[in-house]
Design a protein. Structure first.
Length: 339
């Protein structure tokens, strides 16, 4: 991925069908009982293992089924301004498993001969893809977040935290954009940290997309043999199209495409009016739903001020990893949390 679009979270698991049992790792077992006191089902909790720099991953093994979850590329590294692509992340997963005496994740096999057993593939149920964008300054980064907050994504619920972050979410995926150096401070980064200062100077805005199980299934990307860096890059660009689309509300002919009953309300919003003051709640939300299909969100205040970096928004490119940044980890002894 040229270290521009990378993986920030991975949840992966595999069922092994061999007769040999593997080491068991668990953080405990939750048991649900029926009214008569009979156990209905058991749920094995994962064990948490810590690395250096207060990083940790979750690992679970019942002797046959193994699962691993966390920011694998970040594990035992100081920060995650940049991270690993698919190949390197997958390799690090297997290094972690091997360090605990567990078999590596693999693509399984299909038994072709009579009596030859099949072995299930390792499967992924969550992948978070991330990219950094340079806006030039903190002020420009805040303008970008404000502009994005006026955008709507069909069939996704939007949230916002001032001019620092904005997100859209549904049951298939979540899309989020936030100012990176502000997020670093909230997680305890020192203000004289070189990485923090570089992010602040560049006005870095991070864009993250969480691909959930339903979307991965629809994309045929649950089995590891179906995943590649090239495919993940394509998915990232498809799912973050909102960041490449021009703000159509500035086009003089956009009103012509909007249904007549909603056109007057779109025009009023473009002029900076608060439509909630002029219509009932039901009417407002009815027109809001219609106008979202045209890239207009009347639930957000209209940004009527001139936006000096609009072209940069339309043409944003992922920020490449600088030469001084390293993806190498400390590779410490993997230990359970609390040891």
């Amino acid at each position: 991925m040229a270290n521009e679009i990378f993986i920030d979270w991975l949840t992966i698991s595999q069922l092994h069908t061999s007769e040999e049992l593997f080491p068991i790792f668990t953080g405990g077992i939750n048991v649900d009982y029926d009214p008569n006191g009979n156990a209905r089902f058991e749920r094995v909790r994962p064990a948490h293992f810590s690395g250096s720099h207060e990083t940790r991953i979750s690992l679970k093994s019942d002797g046959r089924h193994i699962s691993l979850s966390g920011n694998v590329g970040r594990f035992s590294r100081k920060d995650n301004l940049f991270n690993c692509g698919w190949g390197r992340t997958f390799e690090k997963c297997n290094r972690i498993l091997q360090s605990k005496g567990l078999p590596s994740f693999n693509a399984g096999k299909i038994g072709h001969a009579i009596g030859e057993p099949s072995a299930p593939s390792a499967r992924v149920s969550r992948i978070d893809l991330t990219a950094n964008f340079a806006t030039g300054s903190e002020s420009q980064a805040r303008h970008l977040i404000k502009w994005l907050a006026t955008r709507s994504v069909s069939r996704m619920k939007k949230g916002r935290a001032g001019d620092e972050s904005v997100w859209w979410v549904n049951s298939r995926h979540m899309l989020k954009a936030y100012i990176k150096h502000i997020e670093m401070l909230k997680h305890g980064c020192a203000e004289d940290d070189p990485v923090y200062l570089w992010c602040k100077e560049q006005g870095v805005v991070r864009v993250e997309i969480e691909l959930k199980r339903r979307l991965l299934n629809d994309l045929d990307m649950m089995e590891i043999s179906k995943i590649s860096d090239e495919k993940l890059i394509q998915v990232f660009h498809e799912q973050t199209e909102i960041f490449n689309a021009v703000d159509r509300s500035d086009e003089p002919d956009i009103l012509d495409a909007i249904p007549t009953k909603s056109r007057v309300h779109a025009a009023a919003w473009m002029a900076g009016q608060d439509l909630k003051q002029f219509m009932s709640r039901a009417t407002f939300f009815r027109h809001a739903k219609i106008l979202r299909e045209y890239g207009i969100d009347i639930s957000e205040p209209r940004n009527v001020e001139a936006f000096p970096v609009k072209v940069r928004i339309v043409e944003m490119k992922p920020l490449s990893m600088p030469d001084w940044y390293s993806l190498e980890d400390d590779q410490p002894h993997l230990k359970a949390v609390g040891e």
